[in-house]
Design a protein around this ligand. Structure first.
Ligand SMILES: Cc1cc2nc3c(=O)[nH]c(=O)nc-3n(C[C@H](O)[C@H](O)[C@H](O)COP(=O)(O)OP(=O)(O)OC[C@H]3O[C@@H](n4cnc5c(N)ncnc54)[C@H](O)[C@@H]3O)c2cc1C
Length: 356
């Protein structure tokens, strides 16, 4: 549990770190498709790999509202930076937080929180994307364990992962969404193969890849929560948390877009005037600021609801839709710089993506 004063100090530290260390590295990240090792080390030192994980397992134990406020700050720079530790805190780590046994939590969460271990969430398949309930990866029981077979697609952080949370069908006869378990599978297990990283349209520095599981043998205690039928519900609960976090990330992106637009409008001259003096430009900037503030208010409201209400997706979904429009589509109405390849607004893909 972090006190309000400690949290304010953490936000100040993070804001300063992003502006001093990460923003100057954005162009390099875009060109090299890689986060510099020194930023990875600093992120570990600051506790960023475990800010959403419980303090009893070495995380910072932030509340959902605090996680959202941290994520808004992280959205101010390259989204790839947050993606580094997004799966540990989010979709993968939350599987263990929500459904893991005590033993599984003790074994993995402290190492996720320190960044010693990178975890990935492996749900999507070539023919199971928006509707993952029809996934076909199988987990077949054998004496003392399971054999996993299948192909997963677009798995964030797979090239760096030490462990995968793999969703697999344990009952081939069950209807979609039923008969699915989730398994903790070490990346080094025999039969696990990570393909080359995908070439994406945006989010350079954030990696996704296919992961093949071919006759991968795992012990019985690899089944998360010991319930072979409950994996799909765990996936949906983890994704509900992830949607809120991605919405918050987009709010940070929108804040950056507005700030960049305002400074450009102040420096660019046409017709003998800086363009910010023109009423039409001022109106576009005002609209962008209004949309940003509306999205921020909606996400913070959803975070408070999620902290206090019964678990569900209703709070997160509208905020994700709204901020996906304002933040990630780059839809700011304000005047854009003609070329800015490292623009943090260039998000690609779906809300699940890198939630990571
Ligand atoms: C950057 C990135 C990172 C990702 N990271 C992960 C990860 O870590 N782990 C993981 O498991 N997955 C991950 N994913 C996969 C992601 O969850 C899927 O891409 C997403 O679920 C959409 O699936 P799809 O790409 O197969 O699109 P499809 O499901 O094929 O959808 C294609 C189009 O059809 C539309 N559509 C589909 N169904 C409907 C419907 N019922 N009504 C109306 N329109 C519909 C979609 O909106 C979309 O426009 C990632 C994806 C990206 C891009």
């Amino acid at each position: 549990m972090v006190t309000a004063t400690e949290f304010d100090q953490l936000l100040d530290l993070l804001r300063d770190f992003i502006r001093r260390e990460v923003m100057p590295a954005e162009a390099g990240i875009d060109e090299s498709d890689e986060i510099p090792a020194r930023l990875i080390a600093q992120a570990k030192e600051m506790g960023l790999y475990g800010y959403a994980l419980p303090s009893e397992y070495g995380g910072l134990g932030l509340s959902v509202e605090q996680q959202v406020r941290v994520t808004i700050e992280l959205g101010y720079t390259s989204p790839a930076f947050r993606s580094l530790f997004g799966t540990n805190n989010g979709i993968a780590g939350q599987v263990l937080v929500l459904a893991g046994t005590d033993q599984q939590r003790k074994q993995w969460l402290p190492r996720l929180a320190s960044g010693e271990v990178v975890a990935s969430f492996a749900l999507t398949e070539p023919d199971a994307g928006s509707d993952p309930s029809r996934l076909t990866t199988s987990a077949t029981p054998e004496d003392g364990g399971w054999i996993i077979d299948g192909l997963k697609r677009y798995i964030t952080n797979a090239p760096a992962a030490d462990v995968f949370m793999v969703f697999a069908r344990t009952d081939p006869q069950a209807p979609p969404g039923k008969g699915i378990g989730v398994f903790v599978v070490p990346a080094g297990a025999s039969g696990v193969a990570v393909a080359a990283k995908d070439h994406k349209m945006g989010q350079a520095g954030a990696w996704t890849a296919d992961v093949a599981f071919t006759s991968v043998r795992v012990p019985a205690d690899a089944l998360v929560g010991e319930a072979a039928q409950a994996g799909y519900a765990t996936a949906m609960r983890s994704l509900a948390h992830g949607r809120l976090i991605i919405a918050a990330l987009c709010v940070g992106v929108a804040a950056r877009l507005v700030d960049e637009s305002v400074s450009y409008a102040k420096e660019r001259s046409q017709g003998g005037h800086v363009i910010g003096e023109y009423q039409l430009v001022q109106a576009m900037l005002a609209d962008s600021q209004t949309e940003y503030l509306a999205a921020r208010a909606l996400v913070l409201d959803a975070a408070v609801s999620r902290s206090t209400a019964a678990p569900g997706i209703s709070a997160a979904s509208p905020s994700r839709g709204c901020t996906a429009t304002y933040g990630c589509s780059g839809s700011t109405k304000a005047p854009a710089r003609s070329s800015n390849s490292s623009s943090p607004g260039r998000c690609s893909g779906s809300g699940l993506g890198s939630a990571d």
